[in-house]
Design a protein around this ligand. Structure first.
Ligand SMILES: NC(=O)c1ccc[n+]([C@@H]2O[C@H](COP(=O)([O-])OP(=O)(O)OC[C@H]3O[C@@H](n4cnc5c(N)ncnc54)[C@H](OP(=O)(O)O)[C@@H]3O)[C@@H](O)[C@H]2O)c1
Length: 290
């Protein structure tokens, strides 16, 4: 790598994880070409290129690293076909690869399959170009108020002052803060002998789903109440709210998972990337504007 004048190409830099990665690259003195399908405001150190994987803008090449913080399957397909070379590629994937492999819902099984195929394609594409790829697989992301899980729950709870869950939502979770992910992407850029594989990135605390939601509700100002309902009643309520356009998600697959432990081993990422995520200590600011 060119010390002092390192250049990165970043996909997904406008997203919740990507924005945190961009800040760290700039702080570390990198010069960044970042793509977006929208027009983005110029900033010193970042050149925004308008486009995406379907319509790639002209790229300068000669990058020291490529970081993908957008959809892994799109990035892997582009990297395998048209992609540019770089000695290090760091791409975010998802633990959905393992979690949804045996889901009851076909769309979820297809997502898991797409992620697995994409990882294999990316490792092969990197090798073919003499580079190394690392895939980082977060669990449930929170912290920037832009996620579609806990921030969405917080938004509904702020409106309703209460949030319903079915009884028995005791499956274990490991929510991971967006800043821990961005720090790890930076560590992955510099890591030695860590390439050619994926790393699960769980959060630093393992807790039951109901406890995770209870902490979010308690952090709100004013706090909201957790309302635990018999599972069939919750199921009927969720279906009614979805039909009325007042709830997204919480389909059959997601409801079944509330009782399942989704637990990942921190050790490989800790050993290879120095990964040491924070425990889950939410505050209201982590869940977006009121
Ligand atoms: N959120 C989670 O809980 C979670 C959990 C596990 C894994 N992950 C993974 O972590 C990574 C970052 O997630 P995130 O939550 O930060 O994502 P996000 O906020 O939804 O941002 C997605 C980014 O991807 C870009 N993008 C989307 N479609 C694109 C396309 N067709 N071509 C080019 N760019 C495209 C968007 O850029 P523009 O709109 O500017 O073009 C946006 O910046 C993703 O790989 C995601 O799968 C997220």
């Amino acid at each position: 790598m060119t010390v002092g004048g390192r250049r990165a190409l970043v996909f997904g830099g406008s997203g919740q994880v990507g924005a945190a990665v961009l800040e760290r690259l700039l702080q570390a003195g990198w010069t960044v070409d970042a793509t977006s399908r929208e027009v983005r405001p110029e900033r010193p150190g970042i050149r925004w290129l308008r486009g995406g994987f379907e319509a790639m803008p002209a790229l300068a090449g000669g990058y020291d690293a490529i970081l993908s913080c957008g959809p892994l399957d799109h990035y892997a397909r582009w990297q395998s076909t048209a992609g540019v070379a770089a000695p290090r590629m760091v791409a975010f994937g998802s633990t959905s690869l393992a979690v949804k492999r045996d889901s009851a819902e076909a769309a979820e099984r297809e997502l898991a399959e797409r992620l697995a195929t994409a990882e294999a394609a990316l490792f092969a594409a990197a090798r073919a170009r003499g580079g190394e790829a690392i895939v980082l697989r977060p669990t449930l992301v929170y912290g920037a108020g832009r996620d579609q899980s806990l921030s969405r729950i917080a938004a509904m709870a702020r409106r309703w002052r209460v949030f319903p869950l079915p009884r028995g939502a005791v499956g274990l979770r490991q929510p991971v803060h967006v800043d821990d992910l961005a720090d790890t992407a930076m560590a992955a850029l510099a890591a030695r002998d860590a390439g050619g594989r994926g790393y699960d990135l769980p959060g630093g605390e393992t807790l039951a789903y109901r406890e995770m939601v209870a902490r979010v509700l308690a952090a709100l100002d004013p706090p909201a109440r957790l309302l635990e309902l018999p599972a069939p009643l919750f199921s009927a309520l969720a279906a009614a709210l979805r039909a009325g356009g007042r709830l997204q998600g919480f389909g059959a697959g997601a409801q079944a998972r509330l009782r399942q432990d989704l637990v990942f081993d921190i050790a490989p990422a800790a050993a290879a990337l120095g990964y040491a995520p924070r425990p889950f200590r939410p505050d209201a600011a982590m869940f977006g504007p009121r």
